[in-house]
Design a protein around this ligand. Structure first.
Ligand code: FES
Length: 98
C-alpha cells in the first residue's frame, strides 16, 4: 500500500456537532480533515466516524496517526514538522527586538 499524502504537519482542531463524518485517509482532500472524494482512483477510502458527543476534536492531518482519525502526536516526528519547527526557531533567533 502506498503512503497517504501528508495534508498537514499539525492536527486540525474543530468544534464538532454530533453526526457521522468521513475522515480523509488519502490526504488529497481540499476540505481537510474530511473527504471530498479526491481519493477516487486511488487505493484509499475515507474512514467513517460517528461523533456522539459534541465537543472539540483534534483530527489527524498528517495521516500517520496510530489513532486515526484523531491526532496522537505522530506528526511531531515527521521530517517536515521537524524542519518547520527548526525554521521557526531560526526566525525567532534572528528577529531583532523592537
Ligand atoms: S478525499 Fe481522501 S479519503 Fe476521500
Amino acid at each position: 500500500m502506498n503512503k497517504p499524502t501528508i495534508a498537514g504537519i499539525k492536527s486540525i482542531s474543530i468544534e464538532m456537532e454530533v453526526g457521522v463524518y468521513k475522515w480523509c485517509s488519502c490526504g488529497l482532500s481540499k476540505t481537510q480533515p474530511f473527504c471530498d472524494d479526491s481519493h477516487i482512483g486511488t487505493e484509499f477510502l475515507p474512514i467513517e466516524v460517528e461523533i456522539t458527543e459534541a465537543r472539540r476534536y483534534s483530527w489527524c492531518a498528517c495521516k500517520q496517526s496510530g489513532k486515526k482519525p484523531f491526532c496522537d502526536g505522530t506528526h511531531k516526528q515527521l521530517p517536515e514538522h521537524i524542519a518547520y519547527m527548526e525554521m521557526i526557531a531560526m526566525q525567532a533567533s534572528i528577529t531583532p527586538n523592537t
